[in-house]
Design a protein around this ligand. Sequence first.
Ligand code: URA
Length: 216
Amino acid sequence: MQRFLFGPEEEGLHEGEMSASSSRELAQLFEQAKECHNCTLAASRLNVVFGEGNPFAEVAIIGEAPGAEEDASGRPFTGRSGQLLDTMLHTAGFSRQELYICNILKCRPPGNRNPLKDEIRSCMPLLFEQLQIVRPKVILILGKVAANTIFENRLSLGAMRGTMKAWRGFDCCSTFHPAAVLRNPHLKKEWMEDMQLMRDHCETIGRKKNARENEN
Ligand code: URA
């Protein structure tokens, strides 16, 4: 089994150096991922859809798996769901460039079926590695499949959304997948509430950090 693991975290670096170091580590990880044959999806993929964005992002977004457009382009959320995601993020005051966007699976499941357990098991170490490099303050999880995978439960999205939940040291907010919002535009209201929750949480974290720095 291929391992996605890099050296010890670098300490004592300035923000610019950290960012350069994160970019380098992500690029190395991507090179490794391109060679991945840990599950059968390697045989049918056109591209490994590794993930992209700000290597030093405060907010990371995790979707489910690439679709046909993403498989062809090699980039996450470039199809119809991605266009809606961009619009909704923009409305909520976020730009795609400031975020880091990736998926649970890096390769497209045939016919866009749900990820299988073996595929998830093979791909999760890569996601952990990405998150350890980017170290976002907050993670936005898109859709029931991604949220069930991360929290290892079978709850409905309705039961999971609307609150921040800790996972492996990250503060996470689950919300509807843009594909679900495309099917049911009424979900936009809840989506925006979840964005506001995430934004408020980022601000609270920022305030606490400032208070700590002022104390020292
Ligand atoms: N749906 C996802 O979950 N991720 C993508 O990248 C595209 C569609």
